[in-house]
Every structure is written in C-alpha cells, then in structure tokens.
Write a protein of this length. Sequence first.
Length: 307
Amino acid sequence: MVNEIFGGNKMENLKMHRKIAEGYTVWLQESKVQGGKDLSDSTVKTYVSDLNQFFNKYNAFTRKNIEAFKEEMKDQLSVVSLNRKFSSLKSYNYYLLEKEIIDEMLVKDSDQVDIQSIGNPTPVTEEEVLNFLDAVKKKPSRLKVRNIAMVYLMANTGIRRHEVCNLKLSDIRSSNKGWELYVYGKENKQRRVGLNPVAVKAVENYLKVRNKSKYANSPYLFLSQRGGQLTDSAVNDMFDFYKGDETIHPHALRHNFGTTMIEKRILSPIELQNQMGHKSLTTTWLYTHARQDTILKKIQDAGIGEL
C-alpha cells in the first residue's frame, strides 16, 4: 500500500507528503499519543521537524528508506538524538496506520538503541561549561545582565530551554527554607525547582535592572529586547552569540547539571529526578554513569605492566 501512496516521482511524492503531514500535525495536537497524555507544543514542532528532515532526504516512507536514514544519522547524532528522531517516525507510522494510509508498522523497536547502553549523555566537561559562563560574563552585550541570569539559572537548576521562556515573575517564590521556581515542564506538569545562592544572586541582579525598564509590568521573567516573551529560537541565538571553540547549547547545561549533582553527591537520583522533571527514573539514572572524559583521564594512570 505504501507504493500506491508514494508511487510517483519525487515531486509528486513530496506534494503527497505535505498533504498528509498537515493532517498529521493536527492529529498530534489533538490526539493523546503518549501514555494518554497530551504532547507539548514544543514536542509537536520537534516531531514535525524530524519528519520533514526525513522527507527532505527520502521521498517515500518505506522500510528501506528508514534503514538508510538510520545508517546516515547514527554517524551524525548522539544516541539520545537518534532515538528521538525514531520516536517521531514511529508516531508518524501510527498516524498512517490509524488513517489506513499504510497497513504495517515500518518503524521497528530495534531502530532505537537501548537507553541503558548509551552511558552518560553529557556532551561537555565541567571546564567547558565554566569557560562558557565566563564568556557570558565578559563579552559585551546590551542584554548582558539578562543573559548572565539566564545561563546561570539554567546551569544551576537544569531547567529546559522552553521552561526558561515560560517563567513568570510569580513563579519565583521564597520561604524560610529557601528560594524555589515553580516550573511548568513537559505535558504542562508543574514541579518545584530549588535555587542555590548562585542562581538566586544572578536573578536578583537581573531583577534590579529589569524592574527599571519600561517593560517592568510584563508577567514574564526574561524578556526580549522589545519586552515580549522569549522564544526557543531567541535562546538559541543567545547561546550562538557566546560560542567559542566548543559550542555549548542549552541542553548541554541541563546535562552538565544532572551529572554534576550526582558526581559531587549533592543530590540522589530520586532527588535529581524531581529537580529535572524526568518522567522516568531510568532517564535520571544515566547521570550516574561516568562522563567519558573522566574515564579517559583515569585510564591514563592505569597502565598494567611496563614496556
């Protein structure tokens, strides 16, 4: 049945894909496809983006093309990113089945790598993160105080990029036990995220400047140059502005936070799960694996025998 749907030339197939993808996007927004819970807007955008990437390379949704896509992507992406793309393709496959466009499951469970085998997902060292934070403090910018507050908050809490964009002033709360953020994460679940003194100081310094601006009445904590709510792409642009020899992206700060909290025995895996908003403890457990650079350093001093 696949060949009947995508049996024409490349241009005809891409037109067919765009028509089907429009329905798929609506289906993602309206359907409950993850454990009976709604997908977030950012997840919907990611699924559609991954699907478009696939069809930019291959003009038919076939098992042969799916296998070719996997072979190409596995040399370019981390295992976590690769698994996410195949989650997107699997979701699309479910849609095609439901709409009776195809009659078989073309994306296999074996296309995804067992998460237990991938080790620590942190792509950066602690030194690289510290160098990045130092660059944000030193490089001139009209929004320097805001940018410092944002990256220090992300580095010291592990909150996600879209969570930073959605933060409101009312989400910062204090008590006799300390400062907390009330964060709305995936599937709009709220969690309480503890703030350490470094994060608190960074936010307080920013608020002194923010509260004097003409946009002080905005409900959002971090504002764009025009006083509006930040977008994910604006955060990415900010990180690109500070990139040096090693590119640090927002999720790298999240990974580094998770690993650091475990390495220094500051939080237990269950405590870290609450802080980072992981649905499954299996995801949090990855941070108990040693970073690859740590393993390599130890191996250098572990020679067996002499030559």
